[in-house]
Design a protein around this ligand. Structure first.
Ligand code: XMP
Length: 512
């Protein structure tokens, strides 16, 4: 039985990042609603509690407060940011309202390492993001570290094992932040570091079984990393109660459909239905040139085809989705702020409400690299686990202007050559994305002794860490030469290859 660290969520977007850091330390954690009764935490056998950050002031009328009895459980507590104000507020200290938010880099000077800062250098860069400040320590506490703006950047009551830090140890910008979290888990709570990807899988499998019971789950398999790992995990949990649907929308890459069929149907023995709807998609897309309109048509048609296949399998109670934690944040911010909608993504939301299915999202709390590890542990091949992202609307947004079967064929071929060279040279896994774009522009060329008048292919190869910003990859010229000469020689209908050297922003990664 794994020892559980409870993370009480007070509404910070960083709560999941805290959970992730705990997993990195190979300790099991569970995120609880901030108001969870102490008795429930005791019943769950938690060995430590972390109070997350949050956007509110502890004095606000609507401020989230924990059950005060959590401080009587006798288990260690670590308050982070808002969490430390809560400790001040509930344990007899003083918190001052502050008008301005302190945000950004700061410096920490450790005065008394204690258990929390054990083994760390005396001075560290930290990341702040808080409004209120602790101005008087609660009885029993001492200050352990100071920052430019606070004499109480770190506090502790070693006897009761209560610790507080004003900054965010979970973010990358705080130097050695993970070590502070590990110190709390191991040196303070005495947690064992034995939680692995296999344990995550075992837990997720039990969870899925409990949720689904004898029900049926339908999952749209795209062949990308997220839905592939979700499918493999669901399959491990419920076997034939899972049906996957792969929609061939006619906008797939070369060999994609055959590959997905071979892998999941033959190798994994998943109940996979391949629906060839390419004619329908291409018919609806005929003469459509506007990118957002293309996306809407592709999204709507996908839902329609998917609904039909739901009927043909005799219905289901659950819809499986490979939603990851970053998708959750992104779609929340998009919904909350219409101005931030740059391109319509149709992966999250929409489907379940209309189909009256209950959502099952076993990867919802994970980050991409964790999902890759889960996929590898489930036996998915390397080339699937390390696949570059591919947009839902597929080649539909990579053929500029109107889409025809002929243009798609040219693009598929050129793209396959590009991928082949990227793989062979070892660059495929080093960049974020590498793909070809079809330009409906004809230019003059010469092939053998003949004049040609053919299309242009653009190469889009970018580096990025999260797709929010990106830069074009500086690939060796010899590799670019090889790709270009292979495309112009092997792909009929192309007489010219150009390289896209725009960064994001201002350009986006995809051309449409
Ligand atoms: P942009 O073009 O906005 O792309 O810089 C950022 C990342 O998102 C992918 N992308 C999509 N993925 N559905 C998806 O599932 C979409 O409609 C979509 N549009 C863009 C793109 O490939 C890149 O990785």
């Amino acid at each position: 039985m794994a020892q559980t660290i409870a993370v009480l969520d007070f509404g910070s977007q960083l709560t999941q990042v805290i959970a992730r850091r705990i997993r990195e330390c190979q300790v099991y954690s569970k995120i609880y609603h901030f108001s969870t009764p102490a008795a429930k935490l005791r019943a769950d056998g938690v060995v430590g509690i972390i109070l997350s950050g949050g956007p509110q002031s502890v004095y606000a009328r609507t401020a989230p407060h924990p059950d005060p009895a959590i401080f009587q459980l006798g288990v260690p507590v670590l308050g982070i940011c808002y969490g430390v104000q809560l400790m001040g507020h509930f344990l007899g200290g003083k918190v001052a309202l502050s008008k301005a938010r302190e945000y950004g880099h700061g410096h920490l000077t450790i005065r008394k390492p204690g258990r929390l800062f054990a083994g760390l250098p005396k001075r560290l860069r930290i990341w702040n993001s808080h409004g209120d400040k602790l101005t008087k320590l609660p009885p029993g506490f001492v200050a352990t570290a100071v920052s430019e703006n606070s004499p109480f950047a770190g506090i502790e009551d070693a006897r009761r094992r209560f610790y507080g830090i004003q900054f965010h140890p979970e973010v990358f910008h705080t130097e050695r932040g993970v070590d502070m979290i590990r110190n709390f888990l191991v040196r303070v709570c005495g947690a064992r570091q034995d939680w692995t990807t296999r344990d995550f899988i075992a837990h997720a499998v039990a969870d899925i079984r409990a949720k689904v019971g004898k029900g049926r789950v339908l999952l749209g398999l795209s062949g990308g990393v997220d839905s592939s790992v979700a499918a493999a995990l669901l399959h491990k949990a419920i076997g034939r109660q899972l049906t996957c649907v792969f929609v061939d929308n006619g906008l797939l890459r070369q060999g994609e459909r055959a590959y997905v069929e071979a892998l999941y149907k033959r190798n994994f023995k998943i109940d996979l239905r391949v629906v060839d709807a390419s004619a329908l998609f291409l018919k609806r897309l005929r003469d459509v040139t506007e990118p957002e309109q293309k996306r809407k048509i592709i999204g709507r048609t996908f839902v329609e085809v998917f609904e039909k296949s739901l009927k043909s399998i005799g219905g289901a109670e659950f819809l499986g989705q490979g939603t990851l934690y970053p998708d959750v944040i992104e779609s929340v911010s998009i919904q909350g702020n219409p101005a931030s909608l740059i391109k319509t993504h149709h992966n999250v939301g929409g489907l379940p409400a209309r189909m009256k299915l209950r959502l099952i999202e076993p990867l919802r709390e994970l980050f991409k690299d964790e999902v890759r590890r889960v996929g590898a542990a489930l036996g998915l091949p390397r080339e699937v686990v390390w696949r570059q992202p591919f947009p839902g609307p597929g080649l539909g947004v990579r053929v500029m202007g109107d889409i025809t079967a002929e243009k798609l064929e040219i693009l598929r071929h050129a793209d396959a050559v590009l991928q082949d060279e990227m793989m062979k040279s070892g660059h495929y896994g080093k960049v974020w994305q590498s793909f070809a774009v079809f330009l409906p522009v004809k230019t003059v060329g010469v092939f053998g002794d003949e004049r040609t008048y053919d299309y242009v292919i653009a190469l889009r190869i970018v580096e990025s860490t999260d797709a929010m910003t990106a830069d074009w990859a500086r690939l060796p010229h010899d590799l670019l030469r090889k790709i270009s000469s292979r495309i112009t020689n092997e792909v009929r209908g192309v007489s010219r290859v150009v390289l896209d050297i725009s960064s994001k922003p201002p350009a986006t990664i995809e051309w449409e």
